[in-house]
Design a protein around this ligand. Structure first.
Ligand code: PMP
Ligand code: GLN
Length: 410
């Protein structure tokens, strides 16, 4: 008998516990809870430990509290027209992409809803979805919910570059979709223009749809080899690709859950077919503040990028000093480190030990891989821990002191 949808979704994100028959919280929430239990510094779940810009938060507060802002009643299902215009204007200014705000931009409740709606709308049941591994956990959950099979192509250390030849070799007659995440969580890889062109070309030749998750678009850090390109700036992408964005990461307000989907009027309309029955609509005040911020970030993107770059450098050096083997991160919130120089345990086992003994919480990258990959103890992805650097310098310093004293005490 086939599994019920809740079980498929949970299993797809590695959160179905066979023994108890119960759904576990996501790896992010579990790591935060584990950290709290042991008084650990939380370098697990990717959220900043200081608030986003005060002017932006003030706009949302005013929008809720005064009659000058949007009403607190239902916004349109596609999002407020001025929100969609602000997104279209942002895509034009940053990437030179022209979008009709009426039909080619849709507001979503975070990137999460855009991802969910896109996969449910565009992947046929029984089909295969391709993505690079490790991958953001919701891809696995929603692919399973859609009745599709997630198949992966590994990103390998040290560079974690997408192997587009391997991607094409993985395409079968059943493949329906390619999920791309650039800049990539958790590796920090920024896909180059050439890599994106190849992916679009593969999609066109094999009649596939591409969903590009671009939530880290404004977090390409100093020293990166490439700048971010939205998939829709690649010639020929319009017929085959949708792109997903979010203000959560761009403005350090991860709880806001203001996202959007862009693409051709036809693809956006299809995704709307699912989206309007998930949340229908949300967050009028947040849409208001986000629209203002997208039109003028008041220098926050550059300032945030520099602060994150400094955090990345501080964490990378400190991890190396504590005996780990960290990899260079070009973008995003995270540094990956190979734990084999300091332990014989897998990263999943070691993450628990580290929270308990050293007082530092981090995410095992194996939680962001397929179960088959996790079972292979020799697979390098099973020996990587993800540490978040989107924290204040003093938080990072405290975590690094703890790691250094833990490693020198052994
Ligand atoms: N995609 C990736 C790659 C992420 O890391 C996250 C977490 N921010 C999301 C999607 C979800 O974004 P949101 O919080 O806007 O739903
Ligand atoms: N995007 C964040 C991360 O990768 C967390 C998202 C979540 O908690 N669902 O850590």
């Amino acid at each position: 008998m086939s599994q019920p949808p809740w079980m498929r979704a949970a299993a797809g994100a590695n959160v179905y516990d066979q023994e108890s028959g119960r759904v576990l919280p996501t790896i992010y929430e579990r790591t935060t809870a584990l950290g709290q239990q042991h008084g650990a510094v939380n370098l697990g779940q990717g959220f900043p430990d200081q608030e986003g810009p005060a002017w932006l938060r003030q706009l949302a507060a005013e929008a809720v509290g005064t009659d000058a802002g949007p009403s607190n009643q239902y916004p349109p299902g596609m999002g407020f027209p001025w929100f969609r215009e602000a997104v279209a204007d942002h895509q034009r200014r940053w990437y030179g992409v022209a979008l009709d705000p009426q039909t080619q931009v849709m507001h979503t409740t975070g990137a999460t809803e855009a991802i969910t709606a896109s996969i449910l709308a565009l992947a046929e049941p029984g089909s295969e979805i391709l993505t690079f591994e490790p991958f953001y956990d919701s891809y696995g959950a929603v692919a399973a919910l859609a009745g599709a099979e997630l198949r992966t192509v590994p990103l390998r250390a040290p560079g974690f570059r997408p192997d587009t030849a391997a991607l094409e070799a993985a395409v079968t007659a059943r493949t329906s979709m390619i999920l791309v995440n650039t800049p990539h969580n958790p590796t920090g890889t920024v896909f180059t223009e050439a890599e994106l062109e190849t992916i679009v070309d593969i999609a066109r030749r094999h009649d596939l749809v591409v969903m590009a998750d671009e939530v880290y678009e404004h977090l390409v850090l100093p020293g990166a080899d490439s700048s971010h390109r939205t998939i829709l700036s690649i010639p020929g992408a319009e017929e085959v690709a949708v792109a997903v964005g979010s203000v959560g990461k761009s403005f350090a307000v991860t709880g806001w859950k203001v996202g959007w989907l862009t693409g051709s009027a036809d693809l956006v309309n299809r995704v709307r077919g699912v989206k309007q029955f998930l949340s229908f609509c949300s967050g009028p005040a947040y849409q208001f503040a986000a629209a203002e911020g997208l039109r003028d970030d008041h220098g926050f993107f550059a300032q945030n990028r520099d602060a994150l770059g400094a955090g990345r450098d501080q964490l990378t050096e400190g991890l190396a000093g504590a005996g780990f083997a960290p990899f260079a991160a070009e973008a995003g919130y995270f540094v990956l480190a190979d734990v084999r120089p300091v332990t014989d345990l897998t990263a999943a086992e070691f993450a628990v030990q580290l929270a308990q003994e050293a007082g530092v919480a981090a995410i095992p990258v194996s939680s962001l891989t397929l179960p088959a990959t996790q079972q292979d103890r020799g697979d390098e992805l099973n020996h990587l821990l993800r540490f978040a650097f989107c924290k204040r310098p003093e938080t990072l310093a405290e975590a690094l002191n703890r790691l250094a004293s833990w490693s020198s005490s052994r």
